[in-house]
Write a protein that binds this ligand. Structure first.
Ligand code: ZN
Length: 164
């Protein structure tokens, strides 16, 4: 799903149980993330308003699914880094985020786990968690960013209207 599809702006619903349907959805999400060469992908990006995201293997982190994730901490010095999003092709935004993140979630095995990171994976968790809250990188744009991305955003809006 691409901007401005309304599913991307909706707050996603909790997952009641990690059943076969959820596991199949997660397999699809891994496949799409890999095809698009993203570091992460959230369920609303595949049109499902559920609190799930997946991340690709990165440094010491294996590829993993996060079901009903909960941010335990997002603190430390704020860092600025350019972020892109598979739902907003051609657009990148400098996003300010806390540099240290602790997250708790349910894995595909149904067990809760907890992780922390002060690098790119921590930032990825915040980006994907934003998707579950209905937030996109466009929500972090400065007026200058918005001006610079005006044409790309308009093209996406027109493509969405044509596809309806
Ligand atoms: Zn994204």
């Amino acid at each position: 799903m691409r901007y401005p599809d309304p599913v991307l702006k909706r707050r996603a619903e909790p997952v009641a149980a990690v059943d076969a349907g959820i596991r199949a959805l997660i397999e699809d999400m891994y496949a799409i993330m890999r095809k698009e060469e993203g570091l992460g992908l959230a369920a609303p990006q595949v049109g499902r308003s559920l609190r799930i995201f997946v991340t690709e293997k990165h440094e010491d982190f294996p590829a993993r699914a996060y079901i009903n994730p909960c941010l335990i901490a997002a603190d430390g010095p704020v860092a600025v880094r350019e972020e892109g999003c598979l739902s907003l092709p051609g657009i990148s935004v400098n996003v300010r985020r806390p540099s240290h993140v602790r997250i708790e979630a349910t894995g595909i095995d149904g067990e809760r786990f907890e992780l922390e990171d002060s690098g790119l994976m921590g930032r990825c968790w915040l980006h994907e968690h934003d998707h579950l809250e209905g937030r996109l990188i466009t929500d972090w744009m400065s007026p200058i960013d918005r001006l610079a991305a005006r044409r790309a955003l308009r093209d996406l809006e027109e493509a969405f209207e044509e596809g309806r």
